[in-house]
Design a protein around this ligand. Structure first.
Ligand SMILES: Cc1cc2nc3c(=O)[nH]c(=O)nc-3n(C[C@H](O)[C@H](O)[C@H](O)COP(=O)(O)OP(=O)(O)OC[C@H]3O[C@@H](n4cnc5c(N)ncnc54)[C@H](O)[C@@H]3O)c2cc1C
Length: 453
């Protein structure tokens, strides 16, 4: 094993954004500090989402990290420059990419939250790991702003946009920009039958913290509405934390939009082993309080007249991008802010967008992996630097269910049939082919080699 000190490299998990830093290793998985990435055993898994070494890529954050903490004032007075809307992964990654290219360009970040940095994918596995909100934050927004010489307007909403005047209206006043980067993410889509005051959603740290507090006193009965990626991950995480889980979905099976039937069947078997109950083909028609007392039971009513009495209802029915800002700014919007697939420029001059809020060819792609490439393209394009542009690739898709890891690679098509490549009681491998060429692959469960290890 090589132990040369210094010149440590970092590697990023393309599935969830975790960074393996050679200097610090991964002691929780038995990888000592100072272990070179090449020396990590091949069966090592991403500590967050469980993908293997081959899903990690070299991570070079650029000169952004060279700005020492405390070197710059938190507030940099400025009239123009780049304004970034949103302090999530996309917003901060764009800031880092801009700073790496230009140490001096004035940058202002406008964000509705504190701007604290955390890995959102961790929210669906953090409860059973006993994490606290403080542990999930990797860097406070104000510290990151100081490090990257950014004027941070936290708890501030962007509420209006005039591309013609290069003006962004915010709840803290109107800002002028030379370039605008929109990274305001997407919001949970709440069906009408689920009143927001009675149903939790988990799409940011504040929401997760609320759920964590609500579940802290005792084991609870939880109804999760929606058996998509987030619903499935939360079901397992909450069940592992000792709660009693019922998942309801309008489809006949979990992950119906993503997986072939045989794979969903494996999910159901795994849920049965964990005591997670699935109610298929159910529409929730109402959620009401059993009485007026604080913390009263919720009654979830289905279209068949069933009534579930639970302590907490969690809505996991997907995300939608808010169109308001795009609409007032006259930006093209197709299930997300429409962007040029190479430059990430919107239909308005000098306005770019990335992350969960965009769509490419009318398709949103709400994953961590594409964000770094999008930020690079925006930084180069907006600063007038040469760049090959962004090339969209379907990200590796990982369902972070530890009892039944699921990994999908490639670009599956609804028109193509899934063929079984290999299967036994522990694992199912499937693939889609077009004209004999592999289009997508799917692995459900543990490979025998890993089980034995
Ligand atoms: C529970 C869960 C698990 C996930 N697991 C995975 C996974 O395993 N792998 C993976 O690749 N992806 C995963 N994802 C998706 C991934 O986390 C997102 O794609 C990514 O975090 C999106 O980053 P973003 O910055 O575009 O959006 P967000 O993180 O939503 O950030 C949006 C920012 O904009 C701000 N904002 C919103 N509106 C305004 C406004 N009007 N004015 C100013 N600011 C505003 C918000 O405060 C926030 O700071 C998961 C998501 C969730 C919810």
């Amino acid at each position: 094993m090589s132990t040369i000190v210094g010149d440590w490299k970092k590697f990023i998990c393309r599935a969830c954004g975790v960074i393996y830093d050679e200097e610090f290793g991964d002691p929780d998985s038995g990888i000592a500090p100072g272990t070179r990435f090449d020396d990590i055993p091949d069966d090592w898994e991403c500590p967050l989402c469980g993908v293997t070494k081959e899903d990690f890529a070299l991570y070079e954050p650029g000169s952004a990290t060279a700005v020492a903490p405390g070197e710059a004032p938190a507030v940099v007075p400025q009239k123009t420059g780049v304004v970034v809307v949103g302090g999530g992964t996309a917003g901060w990654t764009a800031v880092e990419a801009l700073r790496a290219l230009d140490a001096d360009v004035p940058i202002t970040m406008v964000t509705a939250c504190e701007g604290d940095r955390y890995r959102k994918p961790e929210l669906s596995i953090a409860l059973s790991q006993g994490k606290s909100p403080e542990l999930l934050v990797s860097e406070r927004g104000r510290d990151c702003a100081r490090r990257l010489k950014v004027r941070l307007l936290s708890n501030t909403y962007a509420v209006g946009l005039s591309p013609a005047l290069h003006q962004l209206r915010t709840t803290a006043g109107t800002l002028h920009y030379t370039r605008l980067v929109l990274a305001q993410g997407a919001r949970p889509a709440m069906p009408d039958a689920l009143p927001p005051n009675l149903c939790w959603r988990i799409n940011d740290l504040a929401m997760w913290s609320g759920v964590q507090r609500a579940l802290a006193p005792r084991p609870a009965r939880i109804a999760i509405v929606g058996a998509g990626l987030v619903g499935c991950e939360l079901a397992e995480d909450f069940a592992r934390s000792g709660h009693s889980i019922t998942v309801l979905d309008v489809n006949e099976r979990p992950l119906a939009a993503l997986l072939p039937e045989q794979a969903s069947q494996r999910v159901l078997e795994s849920w049965a082993n964990q005591g997670i109950r699935f109610m298929a083909a159910r529409s929730v028609v109402s959620v009401t309080l059993a009485d007026e007392s604080v913390g009263a039971e919720r009654i979830v009513q289905t279209q068949h007249g069933e009534a579930l009495h639970v302590d907490l209802v969690l809505c996991a029915t997907g995300l939608g991008t808010q169109s308001y800002l795009a609409r007032v700014g006259g930006l093209e919007f197709k299930r997300g802010i429409a962007v040029n697939p190479l430059t990430l420029q919107t239909s308005a001059p000098d306005v770019y967008a990335l992350g969960d809020c965009i769509s490419i060819g009318g398709e949103p792609c709400r994953f961590i992996e594409p964000i770094a490439g999008q930020a690079e393209a925006i930084a180069h394009s907006s600063l007038g630097r040469d760049h090959a542009g962004y090339h969209h690739q379907p990200p590796v898709l990982r369902v972070k269910t530890r009892s039944l890891p699921i990994v999908m690679r490639g670009a599956p098509s609804r028109e193509l049939a899934w063929e079984i490549v290999e299967h036994d009681e522990h694992q199912l491998s499937m693939a889609q082919y077009r004209n004999g060429n592999l289009v997508a692959s799917l692995d459900v469960g543990q490979r025998k080699a890993r089980l034995a290890a």
